[in-house]
Ligand binder design. Structure first.
Ligand code: ZN
Length: 341
């Protein structure tokens, strides 16, 4: 049986934040905002359950952005000192805050959110946190002077957070590391070490998500420049396969990633992206099943979890909903086929 999950974010309802936009400002404040985020999470949990998603998530309804949503609660960061920085190896510019002192976490960042989700679903629950390397690529440094050193400092905070979330009954904790695809050579040098520090002591499933980014123009243009075969994963999958991370989430739908790279993850569970998040075209269940079937040439179905390529935050809400339904239906179609053979 192939199970299903999602990579991360889902669109915010229009009453909560401006739709189809990354870093969209909230439209509510104070207690209304707290209630609004919870209502949005509740709606998406229900939609995921109805769509046949086994391991659901909050779809990042509680945070403005997958990196800064965590960083907002960390001391040592100056949000008045915003720097325009070329991120993901200069793929696009982002306004980022600056680390000016040793980073510290005063209290749980996502504890209340996760507690709410745990109380609102009996399905498996996944939580996503930004990975240490991606954090370091989404913030300016005026304190540490070295990315690996700063990554280890953030990894310690992530670990404390992850241990608290695990205690609340989370089944999977995923670290999002799109930066792995931009700094491939650094992954074996310090990227995996930082992840290991972040997962220390965890007994729930741990995952790392590495994609070719949201379906925004800068990413789509970058993809166009990568040629006919995207072999970035090849460079660091061996290091990930040797790591203590349980699951690797990657992009396979409508992607130029040669699926033979999956051979390099022989000891991992593989979250096969079977939904293209860079297109508003809704996949048919047959197409989802075909993507998963192609992955099965290199991975046993027992190790495959059907997933989306990346988060769906920038998509229209109804498109994301239909794509979730396609993911569930396509996986169910393949599972019926597998049961009959
Ligand atoms: Zn992604």
């Amino acid at each position: 049986m192939i199970r299903t999950t999602i990579a991360g974010s889902l669109p915010k309802p229009a009453w909560l934040a401006e739709p189809e936009k990354l870093w969209a400002p909230w439209r509510l404040v104070g207690a209304d905002l707290v209630e609004g985020k919870q209502d949005a999470a509740r709606v998406w949990i229900k939609i995921q359950e109805d769509a046949g998603i086994d391991i659901v998530s909050d779809g990042e309804q509680f945070r403005k952005h997958f990196v800064h949503g965590f960083l907002e609660h960390i001391d040592g960061i100056d949000w008045q000192r915003m720097t325009t920085m070329g991120i993901r190896d200069d793929r696009y510019d982002a306004q980022v805050p600056t680390v000016t002192a040793a980073v510290q976490r005063r209290k749980s960042v996502h504890g209340d959110d996760v507690k709410f989700c745990r109380e609102n679903t009996r399905h498996g629950l996944k939580v996503t946190l930004p990975g240490p390397m991606t954090i370091c690529d989404t913030i300016a440094d005026a304190h540490y002077g070295s990315r690996p050193e700063m990554a280890m400092a953030f990894a310690r905070l992530l670990n404390a957070e992850a241990l608290e979330l695990q205690a609340l009954g989370v089944d999977v904790i995923q670290f999002d590391e799109p930066a792995f695809n931009a700094f491939m050579d650094q992954v074996p040098v310090w990227g995996v070490d930082a992840l290991h520090l972040a997962i220390e002591g965890l007994t729930c499933k741990t995952a790392v998500h590495i994609c070719y980014g949201y379906g925004i123009k800068a990413n789509n243009d970058w993809k166009d420049s990568l040629g006919d075969e995207w072999r970035q994963y090849e460079e660091f999958f061996p290091a990930l396969n040797d790591s203590r991370i349980d699951q690797v989430s990657l992009e396979c739908a409508d992607s130029k990633v040669p699926l033979s790279v999956l051979r390099l993850l022989a000891d991992k569970e593989v979250l096969v992206g079977a939904i293209n998040v860079a297109s508003e075209v809704i996949e048919t269940p047959e197409k989802v099943a075909a993507t998963l079937r192609a992955a099965m040439e290199f991975v046993d179905p027992e190790r495959i979890i059907a997933c989306t390529n990346c988060g769906m935050a920038p998509l229209p809400r109804h498109v994301a909903e239909a794509k979730l339904q396609a993911l569930g239906a396509g996986t169910a179609l393949l599972n019926r086929e597998l049961a009959g053979r």
